[in-house]
Design a protein around this ligand. Structure first.
Ligand code: HEC
Length: 115
């Protein structure tokens, strides 16, 4: 009896361990890979009331450059630091934004998709 319990216990622990590893992998994969859709969602949440975030529309706020035009001025990777430290440059009318590293990857991937 004691032996049987021990066996069940080990099996249970192995099963729990395996499912933890699987769920960890399922969570980690999308977070690590830059995700264009996630970046687009960030842009539409935080930026779209002023900036055009698609390939054709004018910006809702005329003086805000459409995001598709940013790469004509500089490589969009240059924004990485500004996004991490809090983007303030040229934004007198808007709150300061600061993105998490994951969000920055997603956002830059999204900007790249507009080029
Ligand atoms: C309330 C309006 C508003 C919102 C919201 C807004 N912006 Fe802007 N943004 C502006 C304006 C206006 C400019 C142009 C400022 C200028 O040219 O002096 C600008 C310019 C920029 C520039 C160009 C800066 C440069 O010097 O080349 C970037 C990059 C930018 N915004 C990123 C963002 C991002 C990312 C978001 C969302 C997280 C965002 N903005 C949200 C109004 C806004």
């Amino acid at each position: 009896m004691a032996i049987a319990m021990e066996t069940v216990d080990q099996f249970t622990r192995a099963a729990i361990g395996a499912s933890l590893i699987v769920s960890h992998l399922l969570c980690a994969a999308p977070a690590n890979a830059a995700n264009v859709e996630q970046g687009r969602r960030l842009a539409s949440l935080y930026c779209a009331q002023c900036h055009a975030i698609d390939k054709v529309s004018p910006s809702p706020l005329t003086i805000a450059p459409p995001f598709r035009a940013l790469h004509e001025r500089y490589p969009v990777e240059n924004l990485q630091e500004a996004l991490a430290e809090g983007i303030v440059v040229g934004h007198p009318t808007m709150p300061q934004f600061r993105f998490e590293p994951d969000q920055i990857g997603d956002f830059l991937a999204f900007l790249k998709s507009l080029e």
